[in-house]
Structure formats: structure tokens, C-alpha cells
Design a protein around this ligand. Structure first.
Ligand SMILES: [Zn+2]
Length: 148
């Protein structure tokens, strides 16, 4: 798929589901996406999740905010994708962060929204990557989070 700027990194605190350690987790929001070349771009904020191929300039920006954002293997999905790794050896699955109410990037209260940092990424070109996406809450993350 192709994603279009402006891009935002979102960062918040979450507890590792396994060892319980609270730590920063990072995620990505694009402002327009195109699933394949034949489609018209969809002009809506979208969270970009489950990234299996990662453009280098994007990875460099994300690891500035979360050094252990790295390729992780998901046993349940049978694929490796870029995720927030934990020092205990596991990682924060994107489903856990984006799709569970109260998860790091699925805030359910003003307090949880207020805990989300929004960083402008200095990337101005569209990017090609393999990933999934979600639109439900992406615009609110950027609008209600704390601009850093
Ligand atoms: Zn852990």
C-alpha cells in the first residue's frame, strides 16, 4: 500500500502484557492511504499497523522515539512485523495496542487521550509499505493527543 504525508508518530505509555513493565510505545498515523495502484487515495487519517516491509527513513524516525521498535515474530499470525519490543523477550502486539479498548492507541477517556504524544515526522514523500490500517480513531489520536 501507499501512505501519504503528513505523517505523525504517536507515543504513549503501556504496560507489557507479559512482564508488566510500563514503557513507551510508538505508532504511526498517515493522513491519506491507497491500498493498491488502481485505487483512489482515501483522504482520511489512518493508523498504520502490522508493518511487514518498512521504508528505512520511516524506521529511523520511529526508533528515535522508541529504540526497541523492531521486526518481531508473531506466533499467532505466523508473520513478522515491526512492533514495540520489550526487554523481556516479547512484544506489544498491534492488536493489543490498537484494537482493545483502553489499549495504548485505543483511548477511551480524555485522560487516556491526554497521555498520547503526537510528533510531526519530517517526511514529505509518499511511502510504499506492506501493512494493515485502521481509521476509526486515527483522526482523534492526532486531534486530541498532545502535540509535541
Ligand atoms: Zn515485557
Amino acid at each position: 500500500m501507499k501512505i501519504y504525508p503528513p505523517f505523525y508518530a504517536v507515543r504513549t505509555k503501556a504496560n507489557c502484557w507479559k512482564c508488566g513493565t510500563p514503557q513507551d510505545v510508538v505508532g504511526l498515523v498517515a493522513t491519506s492511504i491507497e491500498e493498491d495502484d488502481d485505487d483512489e487515495p482515501m483522504d482520511s487519517h489512518a493508523t498504520i499497523q502490522g508493518i511487514t516491509t518498512m521504508p528505512e527513513p520511516l524506521l529511523l524516525e520511529l526508533v528515535k522515539l522508541r529504540p526497541a521498535f523492531a521486526l518481531c515474530h508473531s506466533q499467532s499470525l505466523g508473520v513478522s512485523y515491526y512492533a514495540n519490543a520489550c526487554s523481556c523477550g516479547t512484544f506489544f502486539g498491534d492488536h493489543y495496542l490498537y484494537s482493545e479498548p483502553g489499549g495504548g492507541f485505543f483511548p477511551t477517556s480524555d485522560e487516556e487521550f491526554a497521555g498520547i504524544e503526537v510528533h510531526d515526522l519530517p517526511l514529505t514523500e509518499p511511502l510504499e509499505l506492506d501493512a494493515t490500517w485502521g481509521m476509526g480513531i486515527a483522526g482523534d489520536l492526532v486531534e486530541k493527543g498532545q502535540r509535541v
